[in-house]
Design a binder for this molecule. Sequence first.
Ligand SMILES: [Zn+2]
Length: 99
Amino acid sequence: MLTCKKEMVEEEVPESLTCDICKTSFSFEKDWEEIEECQHVHFEGGYGSVFGDGKRYKLDICQHCIKRLLGKFLIEDLDTYEEDDDDEDDEDRVSRDLE
Ligand SMILES: [Zn+2]
């Protein structure tokens, strides 16, 4: 028979996220909407990469910097909206399209 006891465990929890471009710091407690809109880039350069073969990079970027730096290049991905919807919405869309 296994018996258990209660123990207080100290753990690290995220406190803030800082945009690596504008250095704005967002609090996980107060700015959760901003944090949800931050994007996190991680990649490793492959053979022939201008960043170096096998070198790893990361970047946290806020929505405001994405819009300011890349906004004019972004293309709204209309194809992925259908993947996110459930079947009922698809049926509605088909019937609307046919009207
Ligand atoms: Zn930023």
